[in-house]
Design a protein around this ligand. Structure first.
Ligand code: HEM
Length: 495
């Protein structure tokens, strides 16, 4: 056992090569390092502290059990200006208090209420398509997700304000996480970069300078303009909610705007804005990337897609009605999503920056180092998933088979900082892909393919390098598979 602080092996590659390895072809780079250095290795990127990646189960367990005072979340390398008071950057009590405000938004009761609307949103999208339309799955799922966000965050289903929010959210997120802005943030340090952007945002907001929202000479200009404009809309809505103070309202912005500090005062408006934009970012690209891989698997495996369709139709026939909540919990679709998140997780790892020298497994890792459970490599361990580890096999999640531990399956991170939106994200993806399987046939370059396309990082998530394009080949009617139930309803109505 190493007793003095020491870093696990570092690849011979230059720092720049290591940074590039985390961009295009990130999964291949992880596998290469594992082959050459073992389950635990250290990457040293330009301008940042060392990062220890591990798929060693003892080390992953120790990382998940780290205490709040052992880590510093403000060092997380997100480049977008969410405001430093966002949950994701907070530490210790402030972090747990903040989660307590946000988590009830994703409890079972709220999700029950939302399933039906999510299904309606998916139907509206499908109903607007025609044969021959082409979509890039991550952007399509991103678009559907924005509709869901408009509903859950603002209670908006249609209208100009919704479209305005959607437009600003999408473009702000894309600009804020563009490759150039990501690189600049890495160079100056993400926290310094965010604080600098936030200062600009607050100064220009105070001066009433909204910007024209167009690109400028400086790559960050548009991101700052769009954040100012988005925050201005949020500020108007927060003021209106606070004027109403309607305790019956359940949409997230209303709950946040009415939430109080321990002393009973309302949360600072900037804090409410910060949490709101954080939930937009948290839910958007993650769902888009996860959907991209799931969509590719379902194209590669028409047998799996057919089973998803049959399961959904059989369930509705048995129930005698379509209940979106139950339809979103069907075991085979759930297993397909889990299997997709196992082999092709959108997050490659999740990060904890250590404040002090810390024992992790058999290593004492030096202060100022980040430790990351390696989601991708853990999900491909033979000793956990068996000899067929590389096979896409939803059945492994079904029946009385092996249940996987939090250290073995972790597409949403884990421990005290695990993803708060997990249940909503999984519900939404199961509704979307269940409906796609039931109503739409797509054709694509992935049909029958056995290899996954190369991965690359987009907005901190792993997506197929060249997108995932599909073309609509057939669309079935909205009541496909339930036609007899409709007839029964009509018979009852006319009797
Ligand atoms: C498939 C979709 C999603 C994936 C794969 C995903 C993944 C993750 C991961 C890996 C983390 C880091 C956890 C850790 O450090 O232990 C995280 C954190 C977080 N996610 Fe998600 N997420 C998804 C959807 C969502 C949604 C829909 C929301 C909200 C609407 C959301 C909100 C958050 C927040 C607020 C955090 C920070 C939690 C904290 O620091 O305490 N995520 N997510």
């Amino acid at each position: 056992m190493a007793q003095t602080p020491q870093l696990p092996p570092i690849p011979k590659d230059s720092k720049v090569r290591q940074a590039l390895g985390l961009g295009i072809g990130i999964w291949d780079y992880m596998e290469k390092n594992q082959r050459e250095l073992g389950d635990t290795f250290t990457l040293t990127l330009p301008g940042q502290g060392p990062m220890v990646w591990t798929s060693d189960q003892k080390m992953v367990g120790d990382i998940l059990r780290l205490k709040p005072d052992q880590i510093d979340a403000s060092l997380v390398q997100l480049p977008m200006d969410l405001g430093e008071n966002n949950t994701v950057f907070l530490n210790e009590k402030a972090h747990q208090d903040s989660r307590k405000i946000v988590i009830p938004q994703f409890n079972t009761g709220r999700l029950k209420g939302r399933a039906g609307v999510m299904q309606e949103i998916v139907s509206e999208h499908i109903n607007s398509w025609k044969v021959g339309d082409e979509f890039n799955i991550p952007r399509l799922i991103g678009d559907i997700t924005l509709d869901v966000i408009c509903y859950t965050l603002f209670d908006l289903r249609s209208g100009d304000r919704k479209e305005q929010y959607k437009e600003l959210m999408l473009h702000w997120m894309l600009e804020a996480t563009s490759d150039t802005n990501f690189t600049l943030a890495q160079m100056v340090g993400a926290r310094t970069w965010r604080k600098w952007l936030n200062k600009k945002y607050l100064k220009r907001t105070a001066e009433g300078k909204m910007g024209n929202g167009k690109k400028g000479i400086f790559p960050w200009k548009r991101a700052v303009d769009l954040k100012i404009q988005l925050a201005a809309m949020l500020r108007e809505d927060i003021a209106a909610i606070r004027a109403r103070m309607d305790s019956e309202e359940t949409h997230t912005l209303s709950v946040l705007a009415r939430a109080t500090n321990e002393d009973g005062t309302l949360l600072d408006v900037e804090r409410v804005i910060s949490e709101s934009v954080g939930l937009m970012i948290g839910g958007h690209e993650t769902s888009a990337a996860t959907g991209a891989w799931l969509g590719i698997w379902m194209q590669q495996r028409p047998d799996v897609t057919a089973k998803v369709r049959e399961e959904l139709i059989a369930h509705v026939q048995e129930e005698g009605k379509y209940d979106a909540l139950k339809a979103a919990e069907l075991p085979y679709m759930t297993a397909v999503l889990s299997e997709s998140q196992r082999l092709t997780p959108s997050a490659v790892g999740f990060i904890r920056w250590l404040r002090n020298d810390t024992q992790i497994g058999d290593w004492v890792i030096p202060a100022g180092t980040a430790v990351l459970p390696n989601i991708y490599l853990t999900h491909r361990r033979h000793d956990i998933y068996g000899d067929d580890v590389l096979d896409f096999k939803p059945e492994r999640w079904l029946g009385e088979g092996k249940k996987y531990k939090p250290t073995e399956f972790m597409p949403f991170g884990g421990g005290r900082r695990a993803c708060v939106g997990m249940n909503q994200a999984r519900q939404q993806l199961r509704i979307i892909f269940g409906e796609f399987a039931r109503r739409v046939d797509f054709s694509s370059e992935f049909d029958g393919a056995t290899e996954m396309p190369r991965s690359r990082m987009i907005g901190g998530q792993t997506e197929p390098e060249k997108g995932a394009f599909v073309t609509v080949r057939a669309i079935r009617p909205e009541n496909y598979g339930f036609e007899n139930l409709q007839e029964k309803k009509e018979e009852v109505a006319s009797a």
